[in-house]
Design a protein around this ligand. Sequence first.
Ligand code: HSE
Length: 440
Amino acid sequence: MKPIRVGLLGLGVVGGGTYAILERNREEIGRRAGREIRIIMAAVRECDHEKAHQKTGGAIPLTHDPMAVVNSPDVDIVAELMGGIHPAKELVLQAIARGKHVVTANKALLALHGNEIFKAAHAKGVMVAFEAAVAGGIPIIKALREGLTANRIEWIAGIINGTSNFILTCMRDHGDSFDDALKQAQDLGYAEADPTFDIEGIDAAHKLTIMAAIAFGIPMQFDRAYTEGISRLTAQDIQYAEEFGYRIKLLGITRRTARGIELRVHPTLIPEKRLIANVDGVMNAVLVKGDAVGATLYYGAGAGAEPTGSSVVADLVDITRMATSDPGNRVPHLAFQPDQMHDDVVLPVSEIETSYYLRIRAYDRPGVLADITRILADLGISIEAMLQREPAAGEERVDVIMLTHQTIEKQIDQAIAKIESLDSISGSITRIRLESLGSA
Ligand code: HSE
């Protein structure tokens, strides 16, 4: 059988990994796919030409015009591995318009424009595969879309940004400040020079948006995701959390509730005994709770050349196997048949239900705790645990740490505002959400 021909858009970290895997495992991959998967050309930026030439040993033609790859009649599958929104979006849509299948690792593109892209692909009868867009080498899209298809998915909680997980690990293990830990992440090449997407939870929210769409059969709704990063976390809060038996992780959480879908990324206390609490460094992990299977955990490298290339190649193999099948019999892009998607409401963060860690800086006077607990009780918020440190020598203020039971976020917002207005309270209250992630 003739090889299936792939055109790469981008031959950077992920493109290079994809090329290397296909070279090394060519024969075995071909035996799995049923025919050879051959990269026949790649588009690279002019400034990257020399590096790309070295990576491939000059074995494939390089162009600086990505549209030339998309429009080439010789290309069957376009692999978009360049990232960013423009011109990636135009290139992907043009590839679809030309009747080509697409593989993409571009989570931002799908989270923001996935609805339009999948609609175009469906109309044209081509596949858009995106395993590499979420959690690098972990086959989480495959698991959600196919392996768990019997289940009503209840919730997903994931460590889906390796850079921020590395930073939190440094802060916990060495007591480093956020700034010092970020610098280490940058020195090691994990964080970008502008690390905003990683540390402010935006990259995680892109990935979470994609997983929520597949899990619940809803359109991509990145603009409704609540996103809070790790840049305001202190090593002190990480330490206090430890004293209660919790770790703090940047989690992407999406949950189906009777009132709507929760879609949120924020630092989260999780019990240290959970496996996911022990996922450290740059590693990723995704915990999925299905009604039939219970809780399942997926762990692995969330970034890097060959781990992400592994997902790209898996998509190339899937497409190769399915290319000649009737489009109506393929696995739907977002797990649900396109006419069976529901536009369920995504709840604003004020309506989510979770537990809270509160750090309150209070003057050490009689009645302060009584005032705080009265405010919480009046709002129906129950305290689960509490800790108060003795004041340091010469210091009149103490840290009071409280863990609450579950409550609706708007209740805790009101409680925080009322407690902060007490004369006996100094500065603002630190609030971090807490999830037990139990399988019940
Ligand atoms: N920047 C991402 C991370 C990797 O740190 O996990 C690519 O999604």
